[in-house]
Design a protein around this ligand. Structure first.
Ligand code: M6R
Length: 363
């Protein structure tokens, strides 16, 4: 049931504050300000993580790589399932494999799970469908509590995956003696603010809809980000291409001058995802490179970032200020809304885009 919404996708976008709050409540102890360790996983004994998934779930894993490396000092290999399963890479004896899948039925992700298991790895599965094959075959199940996701474009499952992975990375950091009690508390507090911050982000809907009217006229679009905003740039580009059929690419901002800058002109807008953080200045210089070549910028940032950038943009979308540990969760909302409204202007079948299936059970 779509309720008062025009599409499942936009309904699911708006469900995210609730879904994230519900999922985090399962993984955090808000009274004590701690993250709960998933039962049975001994992070102190693990020396390497391999994270495997497809599509949007892969991008959730990509964000989690930054978190596990920073908060738990755990080296993370992140791989697309269709590559992981055939590459025959050596896996650490004390490694843990994390597979991420909304449906729990994706063929390549399931094959990766079986490959890793065959190599003696323990498997943790972040899944939305509890009765799925991937959930059944994993050693540990870390459920996302997103409820059924109907739109083919994954939205609330993605932020629920990020919620589970963020909480687990914090728990791992504590278990490995990397995070102090105070640091753990600060990270948990920041996570607990995410539902409220998402509500704020959703209020930008009308501004983003107006911007989408212009975006619907372009043929190509580039998304840039650094740090955890890099996977969000990849996710933003995937969302736009899969439902609006506009060609979109996500790039690490620092890669701009290694190739994609050749594409920049006034016909290719550049969406820059840049919260005001320790690497903001670096991203600003990439934006200046774009502006100097006549590129039009859609800047997604906060008030401090907008002031510091001091640039003419096609649009500046201003989110509340927040700790950099949680920007990936909140900055996802405007990129989802931008893709959604653009697709609506294009008149595509938003919930059932051409050529795509909700669950990819063939290779
Ligand atoms: O069910 P899964 O999470 O395993 O699905 C993985 C991808 O097929 C999925 O995320 C796909 O990329 C979405 N259509 C993206 O919106």
């Amino acid at each position: 049931d779509k309720g008062n919404y025009r599409h499942f996708m936009v309904k699911e976008i708006h469900e995210q504050p609730e879904v994230v709050a519900h999922t985090l409540a399962h993984y955090l102890d808000l009274v004590n300000g701690s993250a709960k360790l998933p039962a049975g996983i001994d992070f102190a004994a693990i020396d390497r993580l391999s994270i495997t998934a497809c599509g949007t779930a892969f991008f959730a894993g990509f964000v989690a790589k930054y978190w596990f490396e920073r908060y738990a000092r755990l080296p993370v290999d992140i791989d697309i399932a269709s590559e992981f399963r055939y590459r025959e890479q050596p896996l650490s004896k004390n490694g843990l494999s994390i597979v991420i899948s909304q449906s729990g039925e994706t063929a390549d992700t399931l094959a990766s799970l079986r490959y890793a298991k065959g190599e003696g790895q323990k498997i943790a599965a972040v899944v939305n469908v509890r009765e799925s094959t991937i959930a059944r075959e994993a050693d540990f199940v870390l459920p996302t509590l997103a409820g059924p996701e109907i739109g083919v474009a994954s939205t609330k499952a993605f932020t629920a995956q990020l919620s589970v992975l963020a909480a687990t990375a914090v728990a791992a950091g504590k278990a490995r003696g990397v995070l102090s009690g105070d640091e753990e508390q600060a990270l948990v507090r920041a996570l607990s603010e995410v539902p409220r911050l998402m509500h704020e982000a959703l209020k930008l809907d009308a501004q983003i809809e107006a911007l989408a009217r212009d975006l619907a006229k372009v043929k190509h679009c580039l998304y840039l980000g650094r740090g955890t905003s890099y996977p969000i740039a990849l996710e933003g580009a995937l969302k736009l291409k899969e439902i609006s059929y506009i060609h979109a690419e996500g790039y690490a901002a620092g890669e701009l001058k290694h190739g994609p800058i050749a594409l920049i002109d006034e016909d290719m807008p550049v969406v820059v995802i840049a919260p005001y953080d320790h690497i903001f200045e670096k991203t600003v210089s990439n934006m200046q490179e774009v502006a100097a070549r006549g590129g039009r910028i859609i800047l997604i940032t906060d008030r401090k970032g907008a002031e510091a950038a001091a640039m003419d943009t096609m649009a500046t979308i201003i989110l509340p200020e927040m700790p950099s540990s949680v920007t990936a969760l909140v900055y996802t909302i405007p990129v989802q809304l931008l893709a959604y409204h653009t697709a609506v202007f294009m008149g595509t079948d938003v919930d059932q885009p051409r050529n795509l299936a909700k669950s990819v059970t063939v290779e």
